[in-house]
Write a protein that binds this ligand. Structure first.
Ligand code: PMP
Length: 372
């Protein structure tokens, strides 16, 4: 069976091998007579699934031992409240949370944090209409900020940090909080620069329903009294993500994806290095097509273009519906841009093969030739 290529921004395409394994194990997981959906989360079968998923993501992303890996619920949006509720009880937190605003998702985080404490905008790319990233050397950071929040890949605007900021070298010793929702496990993370990172699984590493939180142990234990126990990171960590019933099936699928990612090879590379190299290749292929075909345009500065989410516009917006209909007929799905931006958006997450991007490029060139 050949499947179409699915460019959805999330929930998004999954590796066919993972879907096939889930299908094979649907009625009876490894001979135990139960589906993963039917198991007690406290039984030995699910405990082994959870442990394997946690170990596989630690290996994949080289997560240091001083970071807890939590499997939570509520998605990235719930983390916008969970993070301030958990960090603003620290003594340093009489200072404002510093936000770097680079697009729709960091704006959302900023608005939500205001419900829990003082906030300060350290930098913004609003003047460029979200097509650049403000250089860290120009951020107006409070030296004693409660924490500094960035969204390292803006899913809607298509801007991505190619490197995480080194706050210490900028004279700020606050923890860095990073929303990695839309490029998790697509590239390595420099953990020395991170205090907490979070993201839902449904783009790069699985299905909706589970949120990954990577938190440095030194940040646990400072929750505000209003923080619900089920969202208290220390409580979740002490209970190994089993304080309440975790999203068992979503964790199972994420575990299969982590295993798949660890096994990837590309040009002699293995695991995350292979995944990253393939992501670079895919993004290059699509941006080259856009930049060399006057029929299309991407407005983001090349220095901060996202490898994962590529918004692009047809010069003649009246052809948008026609482009989408022909793309769908050619087996290229979910390319419509976000309603706030318009145009098209191709999301090239980990499970999108190079062949999928090549098929998109072929369609774009063919369409441009016929309508240009
Ligand atoms: N942050 C980013 C960067 C996102 O792309 C998204 C979802 N598109 C969210 C946060 C919100 O995640 P969720 O829908 O899982 O709450």
């Amino acid at each position: 069976m050949t499947r179409p290529f699915n460019f959805s921004p999330g929930p998004a395409t999954l590796p066919p091998e993972v879907l096939q394994q889930a299908a094979d194990e649907m009625l009876d997981w490894q001979g135990c007579g139960m589906s993963v959906m039917e198991m007690s989360h406290r039984g030995p079968e699910f405990l082994s699934i959870l442990t394997q998923a946690r170990d596989a993501v630690r290996e994949l992303l080289s997560v240091p031992p001083e970071f807890q890996i939590l499997f939570m619920q509520g998605g990235g949006l719930a983390e916008n409240a969970i993070v301030p509720m958990n960090l603003l009880g620290a003594t340093r937190a009489d200072q404002a949370v510093n936000f770097v605003l680079t697009g729709s998702w960091s704006q959302k985080s900023y608005k939500e944090a205001q419900r829990y404490g003082a906030v300060h905008v350290a930098a913004s790319n609003q003047a460029s209409q979200q097509t650049t990233l403000p250089p860290p050397s120009e951020w107006a950071l409070s030296p004693q900020a409660a924490y500094v929040h960035i969204c390292s890949n803006e899913t809607i605007d298509g801007v991505e940090f190619q490197e995480l900021p080194d706050l210490l070298s900028l004279g700020c010793d606050a923890p860095l909080v990073v929303d990695i929702s839309s490029h998790m496990a697509s590239r390595p993370i420099d953990w020395a620069r991170v205090g907490l990172a979070f993201g839902g699984a449904q783009k790069n590493v699985g299905t909706a329903g589970v949120t990954l939180v990577f938190v440095h142990e030194s940040l646990l234990g400072y929750a505000l009294p209003i923080c619900p126990s089920a969202f208290n990171l220390q409580t979740v960590a002490q209970n190994a993500s089993m304080y309440n019933t975790p999203p068992t099936y979503a964790i199972y699928i994420a575990g299969l994806v982590f295993k798949w990612l660890n096994q990837q090879t590309h040009n002699g590379l293995v695991g995350l290095a292979a995944v990253e190299a393939r992501n670079i290749e895919k993004a290059q292929l699509l941006y080259d097509c856009i930049d060399h075909t006057p029929f299309y345009e991407n407005k983001v500065d090349p220095s901060c273009r996202s490898r994962m989410n590529v918004p692009f516009f047809l010069r003649d917006a009246r052809l948008n519906d026609h482009f989408l209909a022909e793309a769908k007929a050619a087996g290229l799905l979910q390319l419509k841009g976000h309603k706030s931006v318009g145009g098209m958006r191709a999301s090239l997450y980990n499970a999108m093969p190079v062949a999928g991007v090549q098929a998109l490029v072929n369609h774009m060139q063919d369409f441009a030739q016929r309508h240009g």
